[in-house]
Design a protein around this ligand. Sequence first.
Ligand SMILES: [Cu+2]
Length: 160
Amino acid sequence: MALHRSLLVFAVVALMAPAISSAMEYVVGGDDGWKLGVKYDDWAKDKQFIVGDSLVFKYKGGSHNVYKVTGDEFKSCTVPSNNSLGSFSGNDTIKLATAGTKWYICGVSGHCDGGMKLKIMVLDGAPAPAPSAASTLFAKATSFHVLLGVIFAIAAVIIL
Ligand SMILES: [Cu+2]
């Protein structure tokens, strides 16, 4: 009986572990990447960014860039005189180190006004339980862990 219970516990842990321990890496804009003509509000709205996650800005090198800006600079599309993010390669990874609202824009003339601006909210620690928690959990779980969890759950049910 103790063995069966431990199998169930293992199944639950296998399903939940990725959501607890794995930092996520988000490609900004998904398959579209970082370019003109993408609604980044829409892309960001169903995502929960947690401290330790990363954003990856993908674009054709030289065509765009990424500046981390303040809320005011975001609103007015003001490009700061120096870029805290360093160089631009077209595959720029930015680690979300602190909680709070973060703003990013493209510094190429006209691009921010053209929609290349991203505003996200970064949360401290694991997300609070919410109606969408199950879908978030599922999205965060790798298929390997899901498979592992399902196998152990089925095994536990058969044995019991
Ligand atoms: Cu641009």
